[in-house]
Every structure is written in structure tokens, then in C-alpha cells.
Design a protein around this ligand. Structure first.
Ligand code: ZN
Length: 160
């Protein structure tokens, strides 16, 4: 089921997500709905708070359209435990339709998280995958892409 995506400045986007404690069928249904919603948008990442669901959970698929199969990854209760280097990428966000901004991020990261069955894993990522993971992790603490912009630039986005 495709669920409606919240748009900035919806206040629910600012609520920090709660840790996921139960890895049950309801959670799996939510992950399925999130994937359907992300692919329909289309987008390369989607965090539960963007659907008004206050959970520390996001999904990512950075495979390009013509790449088969897709590369859906699920991150539950994620934590970025190492970050190095710098990279600037022109980011978009499904909660900011039509807006793209250059954002500074780390170039390489190590993230630890749980998969959909509650199994812990650790992943080293770089390039687009690293950027999307950082962007989506921000959503889980109520942080948004525009928080990385200068005050002046943020005002311009507000007016757009
Ligand atoms: Zn976003």
C-alpha cells in the first residue's frame, strides 16, 4: 500500500523516531509499504518519520532504474559509528518536492543497524549509498536536509 508522504514544514518531520523493539509481521508490512511508496515516488531513500511513523527505520535503494535486480536495503535502529572524508552532493528529499541543494556530507561511513528480522549488521559505504544513509539517518532524529544549509540559503528554500 502506498502511504502519503509528509511534506515540509509538517511538524511530524521534526519528531525523533523511537527505537524499534518488536520485529513482527506489522513491521514487515510497514517496510513493504515504505518500499512501495519509495518506488512510486520515485526516490532512493525513505524514512519512517516521512510517513508520520515515529520509528528509527529507513530504507534505501540506490540502484539506477535500468539496474536489475533492485538493491533494497533496510536499516533499523541505525547508528553511524565512523565517518571520514568530505563530499558534496546535490540532494533532494521526498519531503521537499522540487528542491535540490548541495549538502556537505562525509565521504565514507560505517553504519551499524538491525535488519528486518532483528539481526544486527555492520556496513561500510561510500559514494551515493553513504550520502543517502546519512540523509535518512538525519530524518530519524528529526533533522532535515535544510538544517545543513546556510541561514541565507535556508530562507530562500522557505520562500520557494
Ligand atoms: Zn529526506
Amino acid at each position: 500500500m502506498i502511504r502519503p508522504i509528509l511534506f515540509y514544514p509538517d511538524k511530524r518531520l521534526r519528531e525523533p523516531g523511537k527505537e524499534v523493539e518488536v520485529f513482527d509481521a506489522e513491521l514487515h508490512q510497514l517496510i513493504e509499504d515504505m518500499a512501495e511508496t519509495m518506488y512510486a515516488a520515485p526516490g532512493v531513500g525513505l524514512a519512517a518519520p516521512q510517513l508520520g511513523i515515529s520509528k528509527r527505520l529507513f530504507i534505501v535503494d540506490v540502484a539506477s532504474d535500468d539496474e536489475e535486480p533492485s538493491d533494497l536495503r533496510v536499516f533499523i535502529n541505525p547508528e553511524i559509528i565512523a565517518a571520514e572524508g568530505e563530499s558534496v552532493f546535490n540532494e533532494g528529499c521526498l519531503s521537499f518536492p522540487g528542491i535540490r541543494e548541495d549538502i556537505d556530507r562525509a565521504e565514507r561511513i560505517t553504519v551499524k543497524a538491525f535488519d528486518r528480522d532483528g539481526k544486527p549488521f555492520e556496513l561500510e559505504a561510500e559514494g551515493l549509498l553513504a550520502i543517502v544513509i546519512q540523509h535518512e539517518t538525519d530524518h530519524l532524529s528529526g533533522e532535515l536536509m535544510i538544517d545543513h544549509l546556510s541561514v541565507l540559503r535556508r530562507r530562500l528554500v522557505h520562500r520557494a
